[in-house]
Write a protein that binds this ligand. Sequence first.
Ligand SMILES: *Cc1c(COP(=O)(O)O)cnc(C)c1O
Length: 379
Amino acid sequence: MPGFETLAVHAGQPPDPATGAVVPAIHLASTFAQSAVGEHQGYEYSRSGNPTRHALEACVAALEGAAHGSAFASGLAAEDATLRLLDPGDHVIVGDNVYGGTHRLLAQVHARVGIRFTPVRLDDPGAVEAAWQPQTRLVWVETPSNPLMRIADIATLAEVAHRRGGRLVVDNTFATPYLQQPLSLGADVVVHSTTKYLGGHSDVVGGFVATNDRSVGERIAGLQNAVGAVPGPFDCYLVLRGVKTLAVRMERQCANAARVAAMLTEHPAVAAVHYPGLPGHPGHAVAAAQMRDFGGMVSFTVRNGEQAALAVAGATRLFTLAESLGAVESLIEHPHRMTHASVAGSELAVDPSLLRLSVGLETVDDLLADLAQALDAAG
Ligand SMILES: *Cc1c(COP(=O)(O)O)cnc(C)c1O
């Protein structure tokens, strides 16, 4: 079995047999010629199948160790397809600290067709057992979680879900398959927002579903065609291109994030730092066991409350104030008012003094100096 970096560069994309091109073509055709009715070269219509999309699907599936992979127009389209595996009356146990849009998809879209869900702290397997209902079909996990960087034990949750007759879905957007391979730890389905680390350059929106369960894989592929939330060929090309450098980007982003987390723990204006690489983080041991490294995301609270947090977010110069994450440039955001505004006021609301960083590829000393000046000015 080739190594991760080899798969990232080559899986699904051998040189083009017709031309020798070493990069997959961006196939813009919406339809494909048939030599006789029903006789074609594997492609009929680009919603149903497109060569550039297939290259991406083969590549990311290989990185997740999956037999089946389907690319979608966004991470939420991938999540929506996965939730459509359920029937009315079914119940989902979901992390109480997930991407705000995941909660909104459950609460405002799938709840209307009779899917019920219970948010639970997933770093406590006992809480998952306690929330289990006879109709529970899925456990939906994000680890590290967004924005508190809590760690859930994937193998333990898979064991609980399977013993109870359910499936485990892991949103692997924060970790990426370079750091963590949920299917090898027992998860049934992996979903991604490829908008983030897999694309890696803040220039494309996309999603992905990977699985080794044949019936799930076929159903997801069927939904991809039937519902039609497919990514365009150019978007597929951008994600394929991003994935080639995923390993080297992640390695440096993890190193930079570790330095940032260490610096924040020392700063007098900072109250708490959430980074699984810190030995004092409650999920440190589980993260060390199930991840290759601890990721490029860091969050922290400031001592002087929301106004100080807003001031820090407004005072950084190198960290750009913006939503999203996982790309080459460093970003800062205020979850309470930005990414998690849709859960403000609910039991899932996040601390208004919290800030979230996506640590990029800039020179780490420049990143540290930028944070220090912003904290000194605003803290
Ligand atoms: C961004 C994100 C999503 C949603 O993906 P989109 O591509 O924006 O639709 C889902 N999960 C996580 C963890 C994310 O960060």
